[in-house]
Design a binder for this molecule. Structure first.
Ligand SMILES: NC(=O)c1ccc[n+]([C@@H]2O[C@H](COP(=O)([O-])OP(=O)(O)OC[C@H]3O[C@@H](n4cnc5c(N)ncnc54)[C@H](O)[C@@H]3O)[C@@H](O)[C@H]2O)c1
Length: 457
């Protein structure tokens, strides 16, 4: 096992002192973040708790993505009762009011609003009778909100990435274990139609043994990062301060499921390299007048970061972060086995003996036979909500797992392993791409945790 690195201070993450402060405010005397000595200290199985027939939710952060989740959850509750949004917290009262309006419209009881500033979620976690605290705040708040929830006996769900430092990853894992609460990272791309088709194909053995995958987040965010609202208020700062893969989970989540990461295999180590930083500086020069403060900003984030992961079973994964240059959107999405492969953007499949030799099939042609049952059975009805229904499916499945007392499909160990890429890539980039070991957050549990099934509904 690798030694835990010393805590660092940066805009994305919290120091140990801040983490302790956050939990102390939630009424906790000790944050158990000493690492267990041996593999056998790890959990025997992913957490499952008693069924929660009516899931009472407190929502923290109802801006862009939080609003999508609130409306999805209301839709899930309409389709089958058992979901109630009891409280809404946001530093902007008008955002909280807007969410209250949607809850009223859907026929729900008025939620309590918590709008007294950046730490008012702590009051919500302490005062409200809730089963789940769900957060879609800027990155630096994900861990404090999840800790506040779990320390007060609530399950936690957070938008991506769950954490931005290794210290934060351990804090989530150890708090989830100590409190016996779920801590779920809401990686919606795991529920995308093509991602689920590929997962289904992998489970059916169509690609043979899976040996390699590629993913990434290649999204021109220049306009978003320089906006005077939404993510523009906080996301650009990370590009000023960290040279790393800042957003690894959309690309990695789906391929990690195909490779049974955390359930038979695990990320072992990575090497990472970043190129020059040009895009944001050029954008500022072209879009802001002479003398504007934006033109004086300097960014350390390489416009393209490439990270290469080797798994414990010797398989390979590349993950790219590319958000500062003009380009069409892509998550790459490649999954390759001994019999064939899927390649996204555009979606194509090649399977030896079935596809024309050396020619791609349009992946559409495979949907008839291999569409994932969840997309066949659940996704199609209703109006289009959030990222082409995948967000709806992820919220729907979280509610089902809690209502039925199942382990969640993304557990705290997955959240930590996927999020750890940010700090590990940062360390490798800063050290001439020398390898960095992933902590084994499961402490050996990955060897026996059961593989994710193909769920039907
Ligand atoms: N999965 C996806 O496809 C996807 C898409 C967009 C954003 N996200 C993630 O969702 C999260 C939020 O992103 P966004 O685009 O909605 O950002 P946003 O800025 O639009 O919304 C953030 C909201 O949180 C509120 N907020 C900020 N600090 C708070 C605090 N301490 N307590 C309570 N409320 C607080 C803000 O007022 C705002 O309403 C981020 O983690 C982002 O990475 C995920």
């Amino acid at each position: 096992m690798t030694p835990r690195p010393p805590p660092t201070r940066r805009s994305g993450g919290l120091t140990r002192r801040e983490l302790l402060g956050a939990s102390a405010a939630a009424g906790v005397s000790r944050l158990g973040i000493a690492r267990p000595a041996a593999a056998q200290d790890g959990p025997g199985a992913p957490l499952a708790v008693a069924p929660i027939p009516v899931v009472r939710i407190g929502f923290v952060g109802v801006g862009g993505m939080g609003s999508v989740h609130v409306r999805n959850l209301l839709e899930v509750g309409k389709a089958s009762p058992g979901v109630e949004i009891r409280a809404v917290c946001d530093i902007r009262a008008e955002h909280a009011e807007r969410a209250r309006g949607w809850i009223r419209e859907a026929g729900g009881a008025d939620p309590t609003l918590y709008t007294r500033g950046e730490r008012d979620f702590e009051r919500m976690c302490a005062e409200e009778d809730l089963d789940l605290v769900f957060t879609a705040t800027p990155w630096r708040w994900h861990v404090p909100v999840c800790l506040g929830a779990m320390e007060n006996g609530k399950h936690a769900a957070t938008e991506v990435p769950a954490a931005t430092t290794l210290e934060e990853c351990w804090a989530l894992v150890e708090t989830a274990e100590r409190t016996g609460r779920h801590c779920v990272m809401m990686e919606n791309c795991n529920y995308g139609r093509w991602e689920m088709l590929v997962f289904h194909l992998v489970r059916q053995g169509v690609f043979g043994e899976i040996l390699h995958a590629e993913g990434g987040y290649l999204h021109d965010l220049r306009g978003v990062k320089f906006s005077d609202r939404g993510e523009g208020l906080w996301r650009r700062a990370h590009s000023r301060e960290r040279n790393a893969n800042l957003y690894p989970t959309h690309g990695l989540g789906p391929v990690a499921n195909c490779m049974d990461i955390g359930r038979g295999d695990r990320f072992d180590y990575l090497v990472s390299m970043s190129g020059p930083s040009r895009g944001l500086q050029e954008y500022a020069r072209e879009h802001f007048p002479e003398g504007a403060p934006e033109r004086a900003e300097r960014f350390v984030l390489g416009d393209v970061n490439l990270s290469l992961i080797r798994t414990a079973r010797g398989r390979t994964i590349t993950v790219v972060h590319d958000t500062n240059l003009p380009r069409p959107y892509s998550r790459i999405h490649l999954v390759q086995g001994t019999r064939g492969l899927f390649h996204g953007y555009p979606n194509r499949i090649y399977v030896e003996g079935r596809s024309e030799s050396h020619r791609w099939d349009d992946a559409e042609a495979w949907l008839g036979e291999y569409e994932h049952p969840l997309w066949r059975n659940v996704a199609s009805p209703g109006e289009e909500l959030g990222h082409g229904r995948m967000d709806y499916l992820e919220d729907y499945r979280l509610m089902r797992c809690l209502q039925e007392g199942l382990s969640t499909e993304m557990n705290v160990y997955d959240a930590a392993a996927l999020s750890a890429v940010t700090e590990l890539s940062e360390q490798s980039v800063a050290d001439r791409s020398r390898p960095r070991d992933f902590p084994d957050f499961t402490r050996g549990g990955w060897r026996s945790f059961p593989a994710l099934p193909v769920v039907e509904s």
